[in-house]
Every structure is written in C-alpha cells, then in structure tokens.
Ligand binder design. Structure first.
Ligand code: BF8
Ligand code: SF4
Length: 636
C-alpha cells in the first residue's frame, strides 16, 4: 500500500505506515483487497430485491436486459437508489427521534442530567412551530414542542405536511414541492412507503420512483432539522470557539477518551462529567487528567458546542488506536467501522458500544440510558481510566500534528457576527457583498470520506479553488473534519487562500465581531444533521430577497460522498433547487433514464440537479459556472 496516495492528511499517512508495518488491517488495506470491485454493482445493474436474484443487466446491451421478474435497468437502478435514500432518511430521523423523545422525557420529569441550556433557542423554534410561549412554564413549552415534533413521525393525514419543513422552508419552495406531491406528511411513513414501493412487483416507473425518493429525501431533511434545532435547545447553540484538530490532540499523559458516532445525548454528557473524574485519572498516573477527543459527527457536535478537539474524520477512525495512547473509544450510532475491536485487540484500547441497536462483536457493551446518563457516562470514563493502566508505553507514537480550528458557525452565530456590522438588518451586509461581487456565491461542503479517492484531498483542492474565486465556504460532517485537520479553519487560511473580495468581507466581519482578524476560510457549521443549518441560512437569504432557494448563487458539494445518508442529503439539496456536486460516482450510471432524471429533469422541475465530476479542478469550474448562472438570473 502506498500510504501517501491513501490520504492527504499527514497524520493519517504516518499512522497508516504503522498499521502496515504491524500488519494491522485498515479501511485502505481492505479497499485494496476488494479490487477489482464488481462492475454490475458499481453501475447499479445488480438487483437483489428478491430471492430469484441476484439478477444482472448487461451494461453493453449484449447479454440479459431484464431481470427474471421483467424489471429493466431503469427500474432496477431507480429502486436501489430510492432504497438508499430511505435508509439514509431512517438513520437521520432515528437520531432525531431519539432527541425528540429525550425532550419529551425531560418535560415529563424523567431526566435529571439534561436541561434546556439554550432557552432563547427553544423559544424561537417553539414560536416558529406555532407553540404559544407567552407567560407559559418552560417545561410546558418543551412538552408541546416535543409532541408537535413527534407528530411528524405519527401524522396519518396525507395532506398535512411535516411541521418542521412547513415552518422552515421559503414559501415558493413549499409551494413547488407541494404541487409536485413531494412534501412528506410523516417521516416514518415516507421511509416505509419507499421500502414498500420498491418491493418486487410494485413501482416500476423510474420517474415515479425517483419522485418518491425525493419525498423521502425531504422527510430526511425534516428529521435533520428537528435533530439540529432540538439539540441546540438541549446542549446550546454553537458559537465561534477556538480549538484544535488532528491526531496530535491525543495526549501522552492523559486518559484519552474518543467519542465516535453521531448522537450528542451521549457525547455531551461525557464531556460534562469528565472534569468530575479528573482526580481519578490523575491518581491512576495520568497527570493531565482526562482528555476527551472527537471522531466523525459526534466529534463535530461536541467540537462546535464545547471546543472539544477533533481527532479525525470517518476514514481514519481506526488510526487513533494505533497511537497506543487511546484508552477508550465510545461509540453510539452510524458510520462506525465494525473493525474497531479487531484493531483494538492489538492494543489496550477499550471499545465501548452504548446503543442497544448498534453492537459490535468484540466490543464491550454498556447500555446507555438517558435516565441514568451521568452514572452511565461515569462508568464509561472509568473503563477508560482502567484501560489506561494497561498501556504499553513502548508502543506509544502520537503524530506531532495538530492544527488550530475556529469552529462553531451556526446560522445564529453567522447572523450574530453580521449583526455587529448592521444590528438592524444583519443579512444586509451579506446581501450587499453578494450583489457587489465581493462574494460571488456560497458553497456548502458536506459528506463523507471514501476510499475511492485520496482522503480529504478533493475537499481541499475544490475549496481553495472556489475561495480564490471569492466563494464563501461552509462545511459540515466529515467535510468539516477534513478542513479542520488541514488547517483551513484558521485566519491564516483566509489570508492565504481567499480571493481579495472574500478576504475583505471575512476580515470586516471577523474584526467587527471581535475575532481580531478575519473569519476562518471555512465556516464549520456542525455535523451532518447540521446541513439543516445551511438550509436555514439559505432560507433567510431567500426570504430577505423575496426569491426561492433555487435562485440563490448557492451550490453544494460532496467530493467523497459515501453513505446512504450522503445520498439522501444530496437528494434533498437537489429537491431544494441546489446544484449539487458528487465527486464519487453513484451507482446509477447503468441507467441513462435515471441519470437524466437526477440531472436535466430535476433541473427543469426543481432548479436543482446533480453534477457528477471526479476531477476536483473541473468540479470547481462547474460549480463556479453554476454560481455565475444564478448571479445572471438575479441580474447581478
Ligand atoms: O453523518 S459525513 S462518513 S460521519 S455520513 Fe458518516 Fe459521512 Fe462522516 Fe457523520 Ni455524515
Ligand atoms: Fe431479479 Fe426482479 Fe428479483 Fe430483482 S426483483 S432479483 S430483477 S427477479
């Protein structure tokens, strides 16, 4: 394995060499073992929906053109794509449901370790959803907001769209989506209907299938919105905070506990109680106490809210173990590699699963319950302290690589920074600078890591290329992790890579907001569910200008799209009217019909469309062209 071509992250390359030298399998070595990957699966032409299968369509038109049931390539590709969207929506919205139920249980007095940390945010979203707030007891409002949120999982009236979407999107977009029948009434029903219509012998019309997919994609957005907004009320709305990133955040003299997964209900409490156990860690010989670090999206959640350092993003999640100084990795849900216990076998690291529905053979399971959150979190951290005692000091090698990262750019934080320039009308300075061209447009980088490309490199190349052309850069999820690790969430990065117009705007805002210099080049908006924050910002801009999201000079990019969640996010971005770049080729190229549907047809119907481009420079050019087209449309 040539470690240098695997990742552009120098810390990952360094640890990967350790893995290779010790013959420890990683995602990269397993990727190599999987080559060549099946062409039928890659193009989407393999169907496994019934037990007569698998059936394969010959992509060149010589062999079989129909599955045994008679399904053609278009039906097969569309069905599988819709199933990916449904799984993504299920994942995000299950996370959202978990948070909503915690809110409900809090209001019922069953949870003692959680509270409403951001009352202001709670009241703002309650009002937005139509909950009366004046003169009412806080927990009554929490109860009603939780009930209303859970209604989005229970409503059986097909004509009543999900509340969070209806209360959050611009009116013209709601109208367009409603007219096309794309507004879901119930998240769970949308997922179930996607599964049901893609069963053998049901929906076989690719257009109808893809429209159904967009409906479940919007249900996914509903789930993401409620997850973000309720998490802010519970744990605080992110504000700019300075922290660090990359594997150097692991400390030799501390008990290092990594939180990996997605749900802040667990990771936030672990951050909370860590200080209480510092003395126990010191007594065990860790003179720096307990050091919590983040991986993937739960890492992003605690990074943007509490400044917890982010160790790494998805693809390199096995590597912190190889430092020999990671004492525990605490897992909740999603994007967790089942290989972790195997890697940890070679070290002292304790791998702890915490969710009943997400166990891994070889890991220790600790059933985390919100009603006993602090107690459970303490037990987890104590397992790490115990593991620390079994470290082998000779095997410790921590890459001396960290980058500063200024993070925590929620929509509210961006608006607050802008308000220091114009308190009466915070969005006006942003609009003025978009109109005068200092800012050409906005790009949201979202999504994952994928072994099909060099880790993080396309993120960095495309962002630099667009920032030089004065495009404002936002990021979430593992995209944000890539930029944090690479030092692109710093003021220096702005000085170095931003075009003159963008630099002047970021400097004016940063200085007026008291940052003593520019805003960072890339604004970290949070985890993957926090893509909903970018929608909130776009909606605020569209409403201010009296236009639709599809009119804004806004593009999205997922250079390393990988999960079903990424597929569904990209799909709702298209449904909202956003040109959306994918840097990895989705398994749809076996069907020209489906490829057309998600590009040209989507564009005609919704304004948004997918741009599939694996070359980073060409991708940047295509996105910049899309931004220019939008600017032309607005007459600016
Ligand atoms: O939700 S970006 S690899 S960690 S799916 Fe997963 Fe992709 Fe990372 Fe977060 Ni999002
Ligand atoms: Fe084959 Fe049809 Fe069954 Fe798919 S659903 S595996 S195409 S018979």
């Amino acid at each position: 394995l040539d470690c240098n071509t695997c990742s552009s992250d120098p810390a990952a390359v360094q640890m990967l060499a350790v893995a290779e030298a010790n013959n420890i399998g990683t995602a990269w070595s397993r990727h190599a073992q999987q080559q060549p990957q099946c062409g039928f699966g890659t193009t989407g032409l393999c169907c496994r929906i019934c037990l007569k299968g698998p059936c394969r369509i010959d992509p060149f038109g010589q062999g079989p053109q129909f599955g045994i049931c008679g399904a053609d390539r278009d039906t097969i590709v569309a069905r599988h794509l819709v199933r990916m969207m449904a799984a993504g929506a299920a994942a995000h919205s299950e996370h959202g449901r978990h948070i909503a139920l915690a809110m409900l249980h809090l209001s019922q007095g069953h949870l003692h370790d959680y509270s409403i940390r951001d009352e202001e945010k709670l009241l703002v979203v309650a009002k937005r959803l139509g909950v009366a707030t004046e003169g009412r007891d806080l927990m009554t409002i929490v109860r009603e907001l939780a009930d209303l949120t859970l209604h989005d999982f229970q409503n059986q009236n097909y004509d009543e769209p999900c509340h969070w979407l209806a209360a959050s999107l611009p009116a013209p977009r709601l109208k367009k989506l409603g007219d096309l029948g794309l507004l879901p009434h119930n998240i769970d029903a949308a997922v179930a209907q996607s599964m049901s219509r893609t069963h053998l012998g049901c929906d076989a019309d690719p257009t109808n299938l893809i429209l159904g997919g967009l409906r479940v994609a919007l249900a996914d957005l509903d789930g993401e919105m409620l997850a973000t907004e309720l998490s802010d009320a519970l744990f605080g709305t992110p504000k700019p905070i300075v922290t660090t990133s990359n594997l150097g955040v692991i400390k030799r003299d501390a008990v290092n506990v990594a939180v990996n997964g997605h749900n802040p209900l667990l990771s936030d409490i672990i951050c909370d109680i860590a200080a209480d156990l510092n003395d126990e860690a010191i007594a065990a010989g860790a003179k720096d106490g307990i050091n919590i670090i983040g991986i993937c999206c739960t890492g992003n959640e605690v990074m943007v809210r509490h400044g917890i350092p982010l160790a790494t993003n998805y693809l390199s999640q096995e590597l912190p173990i190889l430092t020999g100084a990671l004492d525990a990795m605490v897992l909740d849900v999603q994007c967790i590699m089942p290989s972790l216990p195997r890697v940890a076998e070679c070290f002292h690291t304790k791998i702890i699963t915490t969710d009943k529905q997400n166990k891994i053979a070889g890991a220790t399971h600790m059933d985390f319950q919100e009603a006993k959150a602090s107690e459970n979190a303490k037990s987890i951290v104590r397992m790490a302290i115990e593991a620390f005692k079994h470290r082998d000091p000779r095997r410790i090698q921590i890459p001396n690589i960290t980058q500063q990262a200024i993070v925590g750019f929620s929509t509210e934080a961006i608006v607050a920074a802008l308000a220091t320039i114009n308190a009466a009308d915070p969005l006006q300075p942003l609009v003025d600078n978009i109109v005068n061209g200092n800012i050409q447009g906005v790009v949201l980088f979202a999504g994952c890591n994928n072994t099909k490309t060099q880790q993080d490199s396309a993120y960095i190349a495309i962002a630099r290329s667009l920032a030089k052309r004065n495009v404002l850069v936002l990021a979430t999820g593992c995209a944000a992790g890539a930029y944090a690790k690479a030092g692109m969430m710093t003021q220096d990065a702005t000085r170095q890579y931003a075009g003159e117009g963008l630099k002047s705007v970021l400097t004016a805002i940063g200085e007026s907001a008291g940052l003593g210099g520019p805003l960072p080049l890339v604004l970290h908006m949070g985890s993957c569910v926090d893509n909903s924050r970018a929608v909130a910002l776009a909606t605020a801009l569209a409403n201010k200008l009296g236009v639709d999201i599809s009119d804004l000079p806004l593009v999205a990019s997922a250079p390393e799209a990988m999960t079903e969640k990424a597929v569904v996010i990209g799909s709702w971005a298209v449904a909202l009217g956003i040109p959306t770049h994918l840097g990895t080729v989705p398994p749809i190229v076996g069907s020209d019909v489906v490829s057309q549907l998600v590009t040209t047809t989507a564009r005609d119907l919704l304004g948004g469309y997918f741009i599939v481009e694996t070359d980073p420079e060409l991708a940047a050019d295509k996105m910049f062209a899309a931004i220019q087209e939008r600017r032309d449309g607005l007459g600016i």
